[in-house]
Design a protein around this ligand. Structure first.
Ligand SMILES: C[S@@+](CC[C@H](N)C(=O)[O-])C[C@H]1O[C@@H](n2cnc3c(N)ncnc32)[C@H](O)[C@@H]1O
Length: 427
C-alpha cells in the first residue's frame, strides 16, 4: 500500500531522524576510538573503561569523555576490540561488530535489537551491559557462562553472539521459552517460514479457543524449536490483549512477521560478520539446587529477584495460564513470592542464600560471579538486598572486586538505582 502524501513525508522524516540519531556514520577525528552515541550514563563509561582494560588496551580518555586514545595500538588489539567491544562505534575507520549488530533493530528502543525484543518481559537486563560484563570477567569463545535466573534470556543471546557457551535455568517455563526462541530460531528459520501459511490456516480457528486447541495443533510440528516459536507468537498476542487491549488475531499475525524478520536479521548479520555462535543449553530449573558439577563453570552473570517486591508469577499470569499452568502450584518454587507478610521476607532470604551457595559450588576457583541487584521497596520500607548479597557472598568465600553503582533515569525520568557487584571466588 502506498501511504498518502502526509504519511509518506512523516515516514521519511522518521527514517531520517532515526538514522541521524543513533546511526551517525562519522568517525572520530584525531582519536582512535569513539563511544557509541547511546552511551549516556556514568556507569556505562566506567564499564567501557573496564572492558577496554580487560581486552588489553592501555588508553587515555579524550574529547569530552567520548573519545579514546590507545597507547599500545596494534592490528591484533584493533581486531579484538572491533570483534568484542560493547560501547564503541569505531576503531580507527572501522565500525565495530556491535555497532553493526545493533542496527538490526525492528523496534524503536535502541537496546531491543535482533531478537531481544520478543516478549515484553518486565525487568530485562540492558544487553549492552551484559556484553561488556562478559568481556570484563575475561570470558572467551568456548568458555561456559551460567545464568541461574535466566529471565527473558538476555545473557543467553549476548553470550551466543560472542561465541561463549551458555548454560541457563529459570523456574518459569515462559522465561525458558523466551530464551530458547531468541537464540534457537536462527537454526530453524527456513522451516519456520516454510510452515507459515499452512500453519496459520490450521491455527486460526483455535487462536481464541480457551481449550488450548492451539497447542494441540502445534503438537503436529515435529521440531521443538519451531513449535516454541509459534507458541511464543501466540503468547505475545495474549500479553498484548491482556495489557494493552489489542485485537488478538491482528496482533498474532503482526508479531509473527516481526519475529520472523528479526530472526532473518540475526542470521544475516551473523553471516556477514562471520560470527561463531556459542551453544545454548537452557532448561527449566531451580537455582536453589542446580544440576551441575562442582567447579565446572567459567563465569556467572545474573540478576536474581530483588527481594519480594515484584511478583513474577502475577506479572506473567495471562501467558502462564494460557500455557496450561496453575499459578498457585508453580509459585511455590519462585524465589521472592512464597509465603505471606513477614514470612515472605524470611523465605526470600533463605532461598536466595541457597542460590548463592550453589553459585559458589559450581563456579571454578579464581573465576567471577556478577550479580546485578538493587534494594527493593516493599510497603514503604526499603529491603536491603544489596547488603545481604555482599555479606552472604563474602561469607561463602567470594571477594567483592568491584561495586559499580548503576544510576539511571527511566521512563518519566524516574531514578532507578542498582549495583553491579563483581565477585571473585577464592583460588
Ligand atoms: C530479575 S529476573 C531476571 C531477569 C533477567 N536478568 C533478564 O534480563 O530478563 C529474575 C528471574 O528469576 C526467576 N526465578 C525465580 N525463582 C527462581 C528459582 N527458584 N530458580 C530459577 N529462577 C527463578 C524468575 O522467573 C525471573 O525470571
Amino acid at each position: 500500500m502506498i501511504p498518502n502524501r502526509k504519511g509518506k513525508i512523516m515516514m521519511e522524516r522518521a527514517e531520517e531522524l532515526s538514522q541521524f540519531w543513533a546511526y551517525d556514520l562519522s568517525y572520530a577525528q584525531g582519536s582512535d576510538m569513539r563511544l557509541l552515541d547511546n552511551v549516556q550514563f556514568i556507569y556505562e563509561l566506567s564499564l567501557a573503561e573496564l572492558e577496554l582494560k580487560a581486552l588489553g588496551a592501555d588508553f587515555e580518555v579524550t574529547n569530552g569523555l567520548r573519545e579514546f586514545k590507545i597507547k599500545n595500538r596494534s592490528k591484533a588489539l584493533d581486531d579484538k576490540i572491533i570483534k568484542q567491544s560493547s560501547y564503541f562505534k569505531t576503531v580507527g575507520q572501522t565500525f565495530t561488530d556491535y555497532f553493526q549488530i545493533i542496527q538490526k533493530n525492528r523496534t524503536r528502543s535502541v537496546n531491543q535489537y535482533l531478537t531481544h525484543w520478543i516478549y515484553p518481559y518486565k525487568g530485562k537486563f540492558h544487553p549492552q551491559m551484559i556484553r561488556a560484563l562478559l568481556n570484563i570477567i575475561g570470558l572467551k569463545a568456548d568458555d561456559k557462562v551460567f545464568e541461574p535466573f535466566s529471565g527473558s534470556g538476555t545473557t543467553a543471546l549476548e553470550a551466543q553472539l560472542l561465541g561463549i557457551n551458555f548454560i541457563g535455568i529459570d523456574i518459569s517455563p515462559l522465561c525458558v521459552m523466551q530464551g530458547k526462541v531468541k537464540t534457537k530460531a536462527i537454526y530453524v528459520i527456513d522451516e519456520i517460514i516454510k510452515l507459515k501459511n499452512s500453519l496459520i490456516a490450521k491455527l486460526k480457528p483455535s487462536l481464541f479457543n480457551q481449550e488450548k486447541d492451539f497447542y494441540k495443533t502445534l503438537e503436529g510440528v515435529e521440531n521443538e524449536d519451531v513449535r516454541d516459536f509459534y507458541a511464543l507468537a501466540r503468547l505475545l498476542a495474549v500479553s498484548d490483549a491482556a495489557r494493552r487491549g489489542r485485537a488478538f488475531e491482528q496482533s498474532f499475525i503482526k508479531n509473527l512477521h516481526l519475529m520472523i524478520d528479526s530472526v532473518k536479521d540475526y542470521k544475516e548479520i551473523a553471516d556477514k560478520l562471520e560470527l561463531q555462535l556459542g551453544n545454548i543449553d537452557l532448561k527449566q530449573g531451580d537455582s536453589r539446587k542446580i544440576d551441575l558439577p562442582d567447579n565446572s563453570i567459567d563465569g556467572i552473570i545474573t540478576s536474581p529477584p530483588y527481594s519480594i517486591a515484584l511478583d513474577y508469577v502475577e506479572n506473567d499470569a495471562h501467558s502462564l495460564e494460557d500455557m496450561g499452568y496453575r499459578l498457585s502450584e508453580i509459585r511455590e518454587d519462585f524465589v521472592g513470592v512464597r509465603g505471606k507478610g513477614k514470612e515472605r521476607v524470611e523465605l526470600y532470604n533463605s532461598d536466595i542464600k541457597k542460590s548463592y551457595c550453589e553459585m559458589y559450588r559450581i563456579l571454578k576457583p579464581d573465576k567471577y560471579a556478577v550479580i546485578v541487584i538493587g534494594n527493593a521497596t516493599y510497603q514503604g520500607h526499603e529491603v536491603k538486598t544489596v547488603e545481604l548479597t555482599i555479606d552472604y557472598m563474602t561469607e561463602l568465600g567470594f571477594k567483592l572486586e568491584k561495586n559499580i553503582l548503576k544510576i539511571i533515569f527511566g521512563l518519566y525520568n524516574v531514578m532507578k538505582k542498582e549495583n553491579i557487584l563483581i565477585f571473585k571466588k577464592a583460588k
